[in-house]
Design a binder for this molecule. Structure first.
Ligand code: C2E
Ligand code: MG
Ligand code: MG
Ligand code: MG
Length: 271
């Protein structure tokens, strides 16, 4: 009886695995088509100054308008894009759309674009960024790239060289999701980022965990000492905003000020 049950479980597991494989296979296939059919679009979310609440920049966040499944969020397809290498082409297209979009704005706010560790490990990444800036006419100073700590956990010098090269040309670099990875303080100071983005998990725990408040205080203080700005993501309430202002956080991003939207100033933007 127990054996039969075990065999049943294996069968269920096997089917589950096959389903997963099938799912990622068709996802991969769908994704390649989607790139050709221009089903990927960019949504924009404002990042505001904590005190003046003026818009400082917009973060470009990819969405997939899937013909059958509807609107898909990046967490459901970025990992597969990274595994297959398709992220290089996808990321290039996001950068093109975002820079072209930002170049057309009347008010010259900055544009922040997420970059995958896979893209940063490519030796041609910096050249690609520069040619897009050239083509779209967006000044380098208006572009910010958001990278994660895991980008720099490699033996290779390429990611660091790439960031330094872009930074020397005026592109700003933000360290995204800070606090969830393993960055050491020495690594942080060696890299000279322009901004540190405090992961939203800390922001969401502000009112329930004293630790979260202390951690945020530590990060904003560290950012100041290293001459970097701090940004809090995932700010949803007035209470969180007030705590973050008290903690000296420079910029704020979250539903309190605006959800990611496909348009800016009431105008629909097509990718
Ligand atoms: P991220 O770069 O940390 O972006 C912030 C995420 O937090 C976004 O999720 C945003 O919609 C969400 N968010 C903003 N404000 C709030 C809030 O007040 N409450 C809550 N609960 N969430 C908030 P999204 O758009 O689903 O993107 C998820 C992640 O996917 C991003 O995290 C980023 O790592 C990745 N991603 C998005 N677009 C791209 C892209 O073009 N290229 C790459 N490589 N990754 C991307
Ligand atoms: Mg980001
Ligand atoms: Mg983030
Ligand atoms: Mg995140």
């Amino acid at each position: 009886e127990a054996k039969k049950e075990g065999a049943g479980k294996i069968k269920v597991f096997r089917q589950w695995m096959l389903d997963k494989l099938q799912e990622s296979r068709t996802l991969e296939h769908d994704m390649a088509l989607a790139l050709v059919n221009k089903e990927f679009v960019v949504y924009y979310q404002p990042i505001v100054d904590s005190f003046s609440q003026e818009i400082y920049s917009y973060e470009a966040l990819i969405r997939w308008i899937h013909p059958q499944k509807g609107l898909l969020s990046p967490d459901s397809f970025i990992p597969v894009a990274e595994k297959t290498g398709m992220i290089n082409e996808m990321g290039k297209s996001v950068l093109e759309m975002a820079c072209r979009e930002a170049a057309s704005w009347v008010i010259p706010t900055k544009i922040s674009v997420n970059v995958s560790p896979v893209q940063l490990s490519s030796k041609t990444f910096a050249t690609m960024v520069l040619s897009i800036l050239n083509e779209t006419g967006l000044p380098a100073e208006r572009l910010e790239l958001e990278v994660t700590e895991s980008s720099l956990f490699t033996e290779s010098n390429t990611p660091m060289n790439t960031l330094n090269r872009l930074r020397a040309l005026g592109v700003k670099i933000s360290l995204d999701d800070f606090g969830t990875g393993y960055s050491s303080i020495s690594r942080l100071s060696r890299l000279a980022f322009d901004k540190i983005k405090i992961d939203k998990s800390f922001v969401h725990s502000i009112s329930t965990q004293e630790d979260a408040l202390n951690i945020i205080r530590l990060i904003t203080g560290m950012a100041k000492s290293l001459n970097m700005k701090s940004v809090a993501e995932g700010v949803e309430t007035q209470e969180q905003l007030e705590s973050l202002q008290l903690l000296g956080c420079d910029f704020i991003q979250g539903y309190l000020f605006g959800k990611p939207q496909p348009y800016i100033d009431g105008k629909i933007r097509y990718g």
